[in-house]
Design a protein around this ligand. Sequence first.
Ligand SMILES: [Zn+2]
Length: 152
Amino acid sequence: MTEDIYTYAVKCRTCRTKFKVQLFESHEKNLFLVDKKDWYCEKCKKEYFGRQTAKLVKAHQAIGFSELEGTRKMVSWAEKIREELINKVDYLKKSLQFENEDERELSGKAFDLFFKEWQEKTEAKWWIDHRKMTVRDISKRVAAISESIKGK
Ligand SMILES: [Zn+2]
């Protein structure tokens, strides 16, 4: 069995359970990795991601976002994407300069409406599909919303 050559026993950092991993570097480098790397067993990894996801869900609920719908895996991924995208919006918000108070107010309203649109996206899939959204994309949408407010 050639597989055995690449199989090493490591210990989970959290629960100290021993488990096997396959490493494909030189034997010397593999031994180094076995010794130095932080290893986590599947169970602890799952629990860790569960906790991370729960943390994000809580943080997002505090700013008006609902829990996402989808499989466990999708929700966990989508929460991370949602976190990054919300950070992009915050970054954009902070980088804006205003000529006067009216402009500032209009921008504030546009961002509120923009967030409302996002708050309606409760499917994990939507966030995964939009994971490549850039600050520029967000800026364009907010500008369009501003225009529609002005037009009223
Ligand atoms: Zn473990």
